[in-house]
Design a protein around this ligand. Structure first.
Ligand SMILES: Nc1ncnc2c1ncn2[C@@H]1O[C@H](COP(=O)(O)OP(=O)(O)OP(=O)(O)O)[C@@H](O)[C@H]1O
Ligand SMILES: [Mg+2]
Length: 322
């Protein structure tokens, strides 16, 4: 659905996107995560043509995104709904008219029975039927984002772009918005790109994620692969640098998946090998309702070989940390 080939973008002499290549499949929920200033919003704005880029190519649905062809760019933009951190609702319009706004912009009638059905249907879908004629200032942050989501869907886009859509909301409201996005994805079959600096967001809904650092893609994969077995850059983003681990003994990190998470591998090992160990660090996380975890155990140097042999025999993934 979306393909970026070696995209570079700079503002004057500031290089913001450096040789970005990635592919987003039709009907995928794709996350783009990275620190503030990494270039995530700029990347999204290049994808929907709000921002031009200097070199490389961006294709959306096989059409080249380019400022040179304004007509095809506008048609592409019609196919991409967008939501933001600050909701961007118009205060002088009520919920209904805010949702109807893109139709007005495209010169469509918003008071015909079909248009009314469409707009009211979307407002019902986001759970705001009792707020149909409320003004934005009468809504909570979560409710405002629901209006923004309905508005982003009113032209039946194939793609929904979300830029830090939940960053201003508390954790419970965030979960509600993410569940709504998952529902929309399932019911309408649209492709969703989620730009965020929140791990929680990626964990809860993304099927694939690209990690961006200083304008470069430094890792792409399933969230559970990237975050349970992180590379150096992601470790530092997650503040999981291993400098808190003990200096004495051998630190071995083990990785668990759904299947292995409930087996008593470690206690079996201690019993069978008759060794002592300590647990130096652990995490267990939920990725789209699948549990993944990792654990660092510290064993005595003299037990190193038999422990690693044992771990191989039970087919658990492991890594010796320095
Ligand atoms: N219109 C602009 N003119 C000049 N520099 C810009 C412009 N827009 C963004 N930048 C710069 O580009 C870099 C990337 O900004 P961008 O907004 O894409 O980051 P981000 O990853 O979305 O950050 P955040 O998580 O804080 O939203 C920053 O250094 C920013 O100052
Ligand atoms: Mg941003």
């Amino acid at each position: 659905m979306i393909k970026l080939e070696n995209v570079c973008k700079s503002f004057d002499d500031l290089d913001v996107l450096k040789d970005i290549s990635l592919e987003i499949n039709d009907n995928e929920i794709y996350g783009i995560i990275g620190q503030s200033g990494a270039g995530k919003s700029t990347l999204l704005r290049c994808i929907n043509g709000l921002e031009d880029y200097q070199s490389g190519k961006i294709f959306v649905d096989d059409v080249l995104v380019s400022n040179k062809d304004k007509k095809s760019l506008h048609l592409l933009q019609k196919n991409m709904g967008m939501i933001f951190q600050n909701f961007n609702l118009l205060e002088r319009l009520d919920v209904y008219d805010n949702v109807a706004l893109p139709m007005k912009f495209w010169g469509m009638k918003t008071n015909t029975p079909e248009a009314k059905k469409k707009i009211e249907g979307l407002i019902r879908m986001v759970g705001l039927e009792d707020k149909m004629h409320a003004r934005p200032r009468e809504l909570s942050g979560g409710q405002k984002q629901r209006v923004a989501i309905a508005r982003a869907l009113v032209l039946d886009p194939k793609i929904l772009l979300c830029d830090e859509a939940t960053s201003a909301l508390d954790p419970a409201i965030t979960r509600g918005i993410l569940t709504l996005l998952q529902q929309i994805h399932k019911d309408m079959g649209i492709t969703i790109i989620v730009v965020t600096h929140q791990m929680e967001v990626v964990k809860q809904i993304c099927e694939k994620v690209a990690f961006i650092k200083e304008g470069r893609v430094v890792a792409i994969g399933k969230p559970e692969e990237l975050f349970i077995h992180p590379n150096k850059d992601i470790k530092s983003f997650l503040h999981e640098d291993s400098d808190l681990l003990p200096d004495d003994g051998v630190n071995i990190q083990l990785f668990f998946t759904d299947e292995s998470a409930d087996e008593p591998i470690i206690s079996n090992m201690a019993r069978k090998l008759n060794i002592d160990f300590s647990i130096s660090w652990a995490k267990l996380e939920d990725f789209r309702s699948h549990i993944y975890g990792s654990l660092v155990i510290t064993v005595n140097e003299e037990d190193r070989e038999k422990v690693l042999e044992y771990l191989d025999s039970v087919k658990v993934l492991w890594e010796v940390l320095n």
